[in-house]
Design a protein around this ligand. Structure first.
Ligand SMILES: [Zn+2]
Length: 104
C-alpha cells in the first residue's frame, strides 16, 4: 500500500502526546500482503510509539482513501442525568415488596 494512502487514513488523527499530526515518515510498513497491510505508527515529533496496526485492505481496494479516513473512537456514552433520575425513581418504587423483583 502506498504510504501516502496510509497517511490519508490517519489524517484525522494526531499524536495523543504532542498533538502533532502523522506524516508519511511516521508510518513504517512492516508487512504487506494481498488484502492486509501491517504498519507501525511512531510520532516523528516526540517519538511516541503507537504500536502496530493491521489494515485489512490493500491498495487495490483503496480507490478513495479519503472515504476511509479513521475517526477517533469515543468510549461508550456517559451516563446521562436522566438515567440517574430513572434509576433513583426505580429504587424509590421498590417499597416493602422489593423482593418480588428478585428471580424466584
Ligand atoms: Zn507526538
Amino acid at each position: 500500500m502506498k504510504k501516502k494512502n496510509i497517511q490519508t487514513l490517519f489524517s484525522n488523527l494526531c499524536c495523543s502526546h504532542c498533538k502533532n499530526g502523522f506524516d508519511e515518515d511516521s508510518i513504517i510498513i512492516k508487512r504487506e500482503e494481498q488484502g492486509l497491510t501491517v504498519i507501525s505508527l511512531v510520532c516523528k515529533h516526540c517519538g511516541k510509539n503507537f504500536g502496530v496496526a493491521f489494515l485489512g485492505f490493500s491498495d487495490l481496494e483503496l480507490k478513495n482513501p479519503e472515504d476511509m479516513i479513521m475517526e477517533v473512537q469515543e468510549g461508550p456514552e456517559p451516563i446521562t442525568y436522566d438515567d440517574v433520575i430513572d434509576a433513583h425513581r426505580f429504587i424509590k418504587n421498590l417499597d416493602g415488596n422489593w423482593h418480588q423483583h428478585l428471580p424466584k
